[in-house]
Design a protein around this ligand. Sequence first.
Ligand code: G6P
Length: 611
Amino acid sequence: MCGIVGYTGYREAYPVIIKGLKRLEYRGYDSSGVALLNTGLKVYKKKGKVAELEEDVIGKDLHGHIGIGHTRWATHGEPSDRNAHPHLSNSGNLAMIHNGIIENYVPIKNDLLKKGYSFKSDTDTEVLLNFIEDIQQNNNCGLEEALRIALKRIVGAYCILLISKDDPETIIAARKGSPLVIGIGKGEHFLASDASPIIEYTKEVVYVNDYEIAIIRPDELILKNLGNEKQTPFIQKLDLELAAIEKGGYSHFMLKEIHEQSETIHDCLRGRLLPEVGKIMMGGIENHIDALKNAPRILIVACGTSWHAGLLAEYMIEELCRIPVEVEYASEFRYRNPVIHKGDVIIAISQSGETADTLVALESAKEKGAFIFGVVNVVGSSIARLSHAGAYTHAGPEIGVASTKAFTGQITVLTMMALKIGFAKGTITNERYLQLMNDLNAVPEKVAVILKNTSNIERIAEKYKDAHDFLFLGRGYNFPIALEGALKLKEISYIHAEGYPAAEMKHGPIALVDENLPVVFVATKDSYYEKIVSNVQEIKARKGKVIAVATENDTVIPSMADDVMFVPDADEIIAPLLSVIPLQLLSYFVGIAKGYDVDKPRNLAKSVTVE
Ligand code: G6P
């Protein structure tokens, strides 16, 4: 969380930085700020979104060919002007922005206070900055050396950009745990938390690794480790087009991303799923098929929406591959000293590939000898690089904070994985393998059918938008989708929503049911269909309002439900790829009907790079 941008070169830095910050706003939008260097060092910062900063600086001196900018997701210190980054050091010589958390900032701050330092903000960042300044003054050394000493003494995660009045062409950057990409231009360099602010200027980038320091001037990029040894920058070509990170005529990124799903699922399948020859081509699996099919158990580690994809994968892998699977919240897994044996396979699922809890959980599992398979969307991200093998979801950049197309991309990859491993292991018949491949292949077309006309879902959203609570119920493969539907609604509309296995509803949530409670049933035709029909009856008997996701041509569920959202028929293993789409749209339309910023829901951030 928190987005950072830096520029040094021949252009005016301010417009590059502001545009970049807008692209990174999905990482946090509690406050934003810029620092620009020309004859002096100027800092402008403001609580709220980047647009508010832009308004605030109208008429001010924004000149400068070097600058750094930050959009914040608050950790230490409430969102306010004074806690916004960049921060200035006590001498006024240095300005710094930071993405991450310095855990041992309290004793450092106390030491600095004793030495007479004062602090304008409540942030850990201002402490680190003054710590660096103090080291520089005491040791009479350069900024780079002072930074190196400071970084060896702090505990936590960081990506920092630092500029100094004494060296008005240079940005010094360092990373541990929080991402940093450097774009290489001709006579200019760009720095950012991800490639989106860089893409329109250059496609040549370097992903900075943990424990590296970068010294960046218009014509020079020097990479060093914390031991002051030079590292060779590994220059990569970005495979990303500008159009992919723009709204393309849609009113919101979330809506655009929901509508892209027919295409993104197709992209994910393309060249991999070959039903005509009965093959699934996935290098990451083929090269490690023995480790995967002989795994004594599979652990799935993820957070948020990705965790829901993991839960679905548990159902698929256990059914198709007969391998025991456990699905873990990364934040719990990393701290509870889990039992991991050599040979265990860990599947890490992450859109961003940067989620701090997932990343650290994997690092420790890797040390214990587990084989890590990454299912990641962002190419070149930290989790992708840490994994032994993996498969990208190929959903393209996802900007809306609530995950949609990345989720269906994850399910698509995980379904292909389960099919491929199950087939290699001999735990599914040839016939079932081919049938599921064909069903999966038909998904993009069926998604397009759902998206063709969304007015019924918009009507349902308008009807229930004032409800205070929602229940989402599903059984079997539709249970993770019920959880995901509830999470989407919470995130986007701020309505309290809970997802439950439909039968478990009788053990508590049924007490909530009255004529005001909308209950969403994910009730497509599957092996639990008769059971879920009974669950719908139980809600109706208590006057609950039933909204159902039902299979086209079903007549039973629609006859009982107050409102229905239809999806095309599919095998129960494949159906979640369809049944989730109306739920994404429902939360989108409720959020819009309530007048909320659906792309940037309050308090959330897309890439959670703090614990
Ligand atoms: C945040 C996002 C969610 C996402 C979760 C995990 O909470 O708002 O949409 O599911 O992080 O992120 P990851 O990038 O690891 O999938």
